[in-house]
Design a protein around this ligand. Sequence first.
Ligand SMILES: Cc1ncc(C[n+]2csc(CCOP(=O)(O)OP(=O)(O)O)c2C)c(N)n1
Ligand SMILES: [Mg+2]
Length: 390
Amino acid sequence: MLESPFDHPLRRSAMATRVESQAGSRHRALGLSDQDLLDMYRTMVMARLCDEAQFRLNRQGKAPFVVPVSGHEGCQIGSAWPFQKGKDLLVPYYRDMGVCLTAGMTPRDVFLAVFGKREDPSSGGRQMPAHWSSKRLGIVTGSSPIATQIPHAAGVAFAIRYRGEDAVVGSWFGDGATSEGDWHEGLNFSGIHKLPVVWFCENNRYAISVPLAKQMAVKDVAVRAEGYGFEGVVVQGNDVLACYQASRNAIDKARSGGGPTLIELKTYRFHPHTSDDDDRTYRSREEVEEAKRNDSLILFADELKSLGLLDDQGIESLRTKVKAEVDAEVEAAWSAEDPPAESLFWHVFGDAPLAVRSSNGGGANQKGDAIETTGGEATPAEPPAAGSQP
Ligand SMILES: Cc1ncc(C[n+]2csc(CCOP(=O)(O)OP(=O)(O)O)c2C)c(N)n1
Ligand SMILES: [Mg+2]
């Protein structure tokens, strides 16, 4: 018998009646309307369908590298939902498509990055996909080394405190990130200064192929919070409203000067780590299938059905509508303009490096100054030929 960390009362049909009344009172007690629940569910479906589309595109050779979200939708959307748009700051990690869709990114934004297009809000097509960023939406850019966003999040929270602002920072990371020195430094600093930050660990039991037991000698990441002087909470990450509730409580506490909280969201990723990984080498198919039976999308759909907000037909028609939307956005992103050749240097060098300047090139850096590159004759749709690069 597999040990299942996903056991959830909503899966037990014998308890259906209790679940109905519990669910009914639950969202109203949290101040969420019926429409809020439907919007949350729609965002979860959107994340799942973007994931399915990006994997399809990867297999078609159109998307060189993708990072899956499937399995994490419930914990991401539930935890990101209570943040105040346009005010709070979000410091996510690569798997956080659901966090970013909740913050206001669109499927078009997702695929502009997947295809490396000019209008990609995260980097103008110059970062790897899933390196989320949007000044407009308060999403702080991250880099690939695990846990480097943690000191950034602590620093942003310190700046908020220093300036006397009212914002709260949310920062998300995986269980593997918690083995990094950066993670300790960031959480320790946030505890010392009682910073307005909420830490979310999406514990999916693996750091690529490394299982939890090889990463830490404790069962729950949340217990580590005590060592930093603040509260740690364990939440079933496939229970969207439980994630919402824990997040909202922690945000309220942070905003009113109560300091940080570490929220551990127990979850599971259904796909390999990325499109470059083969998870059959380190986990059994039975384990993955067991986790899929406790998919947050299924659980939340059951909850919406028990509340009378959706029936099977409504669920199917929502999925069809969102799929059409995602497909149209994929098409639009695919046909969008490529970045100009000279944008390769933007935000990296003030001017193109000497080594790549030539007498017949031309372009502009981010300041609008003319720069010269060997790809000077290239248009955005036609990047310089590889052979012309130094
Ligand atoms: C400092 C550092 N070490 C190793 C890697 C390679 N790496 C990329 S993702 C990853 C796993 C991280 O796992 P976790 O934090 O649990 O997040 P998950 O991918 O499971 O969501 C590793 C080891 C890296 N990017 N940076
Ligand atoms: Mg992990």
